[in-house]
Design a protein around this ligand. Structure first.
Ligand SMILES: C[S@@+](CC[C@H](N)C(=O)[O-])C[C@H]1O[C@@H](n2cnc3c(N)ncnc32)[C@H](O)[C@@H]1O
Length: 369
């Protein structure tokens, strides 16, 4: 009888848990699936628009890969794997079910319109090699910012330096990454969650370097409800969007250079940076790593999310070589072979893990104790 009653409890509980899990998975698949469809559609329309625009613009050389390029099918399989890992992390309790990119229909329509309105401008810059508009427009853009920073990265309008650019940024990145951007960033929350198991969230000093519009800071504060965090960036307009998005007293923001951090030695527990290092000249990359080594406390954690490097996933090597041929990415080629493990070592940081997540590499470093 005892066994029967135990079996009764199990029989009752399993379907309920099963139903909750099914509902969670369905919500996840619906959310991510619709995002992939939305951004893939935008990418396809942009490609066609660009092809038509090119008929009236100076010819652009076809990009030539220097290695293997994954098929569409392979990339889709890797996106599906990324989502499966993401959902598994939710189910393991590392972070709550994400609500990526919820936009009202009106907001979606206006962002989509702004995105397509900008396509001819990007095509013009690509065809004419115009990537110094930000540098040349001394009236609109502060000349006190570093020279390497004042460029039209990706041929984008106004570089990092206008409200329009900041409002479009996430949409543009999602078109590039087929809606998988947020899931790639979230891979960094797994080692972050592990770190917080051994450290009281309320006392952890956390800084997201080059936080942009809060792509990682926002999800980190949602995932860890007692954590406070500082978003640091050089772009006022991007920080303004971040401020609008995270109306949360646990978030604060600082305008500063990642290579000159306004923090005392050994004062920060966790630092993160997403998609920063490939935008930096080699000398500045080294300076940023040195600063991370200086401000992290012994045993502190650095979470690195950026593009894959050459050899991380050899099947993607050729695709990586196409990126700087298609977009203004002056430092990307040298980024591809940068030895971050050695750079970390010089800064007193030990590389602990390096994992691919679709087109990103997620690495963790600990400051030696
Ligand atoms: C590709 S975006 C990444 C933004 C964000 N981390 C994300 O996940 O989308 C690069 C960001 O780095 C910032 N940035 C570039 N160089 C910087 C520097 N030296 N110091 C601080 N921020 C910098 C830019 O302003 C921009 O917001």
């Amino acid at each position: 009888m005892a066994n029967e009653s135990q079996a009764g409890v199990c029989n009752d509980a399993v379907p309920r848990n099963g139903l909750a899990s099914l509902a969670r998975r369905s919500r996840y698949v619906l959310n991510q699936g619709s995002r992939v469809a939305l951004y893939t559609l935008h990418s396809e329309v942009m490609r066609r628009m660009t092809r038509r625009l090119q008929e009236t613009l100076p010819p652009v050389a076809d990009p030539v890969p220097d290695g293997p390029v994954p098929s569409q099918r392979r990339m889709l399989a890797d996106i599906v794997k990324l989502f499966a890992d993401d959902l598994a992390s939710v189910e393991a309790g590392h972070y709550p079910l994400p609500r990526d990119g919820r936009m009202s229909p009106r907001e979606l329509l206006s962002t989509s319109r702004a995105f397509f309105k900008d396509v001819p401008e990007v095509a013009r810059r690509r065809a004419t090699g115009a990537h110094q508009e930000v540098f040349e427009d001394e009236e609109r853009f502060a000349t006190s910012l570093p020279r390497y920073y004042r460029q039209n990265f990706h041929f984008q309008t106004d570089g990092w330096l206008s409200e329009d650019s900041a409002r479009l940024y996430d949409f543009q990145v999602d078109v590039l990454f087929s809606g998988a951007t947020a899931a790639m960033r979230r891979r960094a929350l797994v080692p972050f969650a592990e770190f917080l198991k051994a450290n009281d969230q309320r006392k952890v000093q956390y800084v997201d370097l080059a936080c942009g519009t809060s792509g990682l800071l926002g999800p980190a504060l949602s995932a860890f409800p007692r954590l406070s965090g500082i978003g640091l960036d050089l772009s006022e307009p991007y920080l303004n969007v971040a401020r609008d998005r995270i109306a949360n007293r646990r978030a604060s923001f600082l305008t500063a250079k990642a290579e000159q951090l306004p923090f005392a030695d050994n004062s920060v527990d966790v630092l993160s940076s997403v998609f920063l290092f490939h935008e930096l000249p080699p000398k500045i990359r080294k300076a940023v790593f040195a600063e991370i080594g200086r401000v992290l406390r012994p045993g502190g954690l650095f979470l690195f999310v950026d593009s894959l490097q050459k050899g991380d996933v050899p099947d993607y090597d050729g695709l990586l070589s196409l990126f700087p041929q298609l977009f203004h990415e002056p430092y990307y080629t040298s980024y591809l072979t940068e030895d971050f493990a050695a750079m970390g070592e010089q800064a007193g940081l030990v590389e602990q893990t390096v994992l691919p997540a679709f087109v990103s590499r997620i690495a963790t470093y600990r400051k030696s104790t």
